[in-house]
Design a protein around this ligand. Structure first.
Ligand SMILES: Cc1cc2nc3c(=O)[nH]c(=O)nc-3n(C[C@H](O)[C@H](O)[C@H](O)COP(=O)(O)O)c2cc1C
Ligand SMILES: [Fe+2]
Ligand SMILES: [Fe+2]
Length: 396
């Protein structure tokens, strides 16, 4: 019985991936509201068969069964490792144990990682360089150097004849829902969330990769997470914007408040920003999904950080939020810090310390004692006005 569906996405190219519907957290950090997928692809030439990437540990047997529905699992010629992270490379050692004649094709850095993380013997690894090709019989695979998306060893694989780009994490989305781009109503929000979480810190490398991809004729982009792009122009256009760091007249507010003083401060700044025609998104760090925050950081022009003073500094959740903003390197241009203290303060100074090394220009900071007074609200309105003006005068 053929239990699994193994769709042929293009002539001789089969999806043998896994949908991990129930997974709820990735990298011990990122929430997965719709699970995720580990897309792996089998390419059958007249003479050679190649597996492009594998799946997360725990799904080795399922991957093996899917491959067996198309070809003899013991008879693979090559396994391509576009990226060494275990969600894609974690089943390589299983596959190569069963398929004893298969060689692993990967970048130079990938070769070291395959030995280190996946215990692949060096003699079974063949390093491929930029533009190298492998003939499969009636099909040609080309390798494209695309490092730092989001690890140093990453690369893309291009199937010349079918015009398919296998891009691994790049162009991916963490969702198990849907199969092709056209099936997923929220494709761009999910892709954007993924970009914010994973690719945003590497925008300049992403831009370089897009330049290289421009030289290729592409009918299908087949990433390793989420839907396969049959209309690649949509995701390519989005990635051009996101890697360029194009921002909108948009403010993300991330805050935490124990007794509502900071919450009241954020409410006042929201009123003025909204009345000035600025898009606002608000996240209470106590309950927020950090994937949503990452998504909105992709194109927000400014951030408002709100935190009470706790034990002489910021609230720990605000430290976490500010730290995420720092390391995700969003294209934010402007920032405001709002804080409330009881007897000594210290939160603003810490926020300045964390955000100081970023490119964010602090337009205003306000530290108030206890709940905001009428005078404090006036000050917040003034800061909000200044922020709106900066946002509107900025080009993108
Ligand atoms: C656990 C805890 C620790 C605090 N630590 C400090 C502190 O070190 N310095 C200070 O000035 N205020 C401190 N405060 C007082 C708060 O900063 C102050 O009540 C503030 O207005 C709370 O803002 P919120 O209503 O937005 O939570 C602390 C309050 C709590 C509950
Ligand atoms: Fe990855
Ligand atoms: Fe991944």
């Amino acid at each position: 019985m053929k239990r699994f569906a193994v769709p042929e996405i293009s002539e001789g190219v089969y999806w043998v991936g896994i949908k991990d519907w129930n997974r709820r957290i990735f990298d011990a950090l990122i929430p997965l509201p719709q699970g995720t997928t580990y897309n792996a692809y089998l390419v059958k030439g007249k003479e050679k068969t190649v597996l492009i990437d594998t799946v997360n540990p725990g799904f080795e047997k399922e991957l093996g069964e899917k491959i067996s529905q198309v070809t003899d699992l013991a008879d693979l010629d090559y396994v391509v490792m576009n990226h060494a992270e275990p969600d894609h490379a974690g089943s390589i050692s299983y596959i190569m144990k069963v398929s004893k004649g298969a060689s692993l094709l990967t970048s130079e850095k990938g070769a070291k990682m395959a030995q280190l993380y996946h215990k692949i013997p060096e003699k079974r690894i063949r390093i491929v360089a930029d533009k190298d090709i492998i003939e499969l019989g009636g099909k040609t695979l080309q390798f494209i150097k695309a490092p730092w998306l989001h690890w140093p060893e990453t690369m893309f694989t291009y199937l010349v004849d079918n015009k398919i780009l296998f891009s691994c994490d790049f162009f991916g989305s963490h969702t198990a829902s849907g199969f092709y781009d056209e099936d997923v109503e929220e494709l761009i929000p999910f892709a954007k969330r993924y970009f914010g979480e994973i690719m945003m810190p590497f925008r300049s490398m992403g831009k370089k990769a897009l330049e290289k991809v421009k030289e290729l004729e592409i009918d299908i982009i087949a990433p390793s997470h989420g839907p396969i792009h049959k209309k690649p122009e949509r995701i390519l256009a989005a990635y051009r914007k996101w890697t360029a760091g194009e921002t909108r007249e948009k403010v993300i507010i991330v805050y935490v408040s124990m007794w509502n003083s900071v919450q009241a401060m954020t409410k006042t700044i929201i009123e003025i920003l909204v009345s000035e025609g600025i898009e606002v998104n608000l996240y209470d760090l106590c309950t927020a999904d950090i994937g949503d925050i990452a998504r909105d950081l992709v194109d927000s022009r400014a951030i408002v950080l709100g935190t009470p003073t706790v034990l002489g500094g910021m609230h720990p959740l605000a430290i976490y939020g500010a730290y995420l903003v720092k390391v995700l390197r969003p294209p934010l241009k402007y920032g405001v810090v709002l804080s409330s203290y009881g007897w000594g303060g210290g939160a603003i100074r810490q926020a300045q310390e964390i955000l100081g090394p970023t490119k964010i220009e602090l337009v205003g900071t306000l530290d108030i004692n206890g709940p905001p007074s009428t005078d404090d609200h006036k000050k917040i309105i003034e800061i909000g006005r200044q922020l709106s003006e900066k946002i509107r005068l900025s080009t993108k």
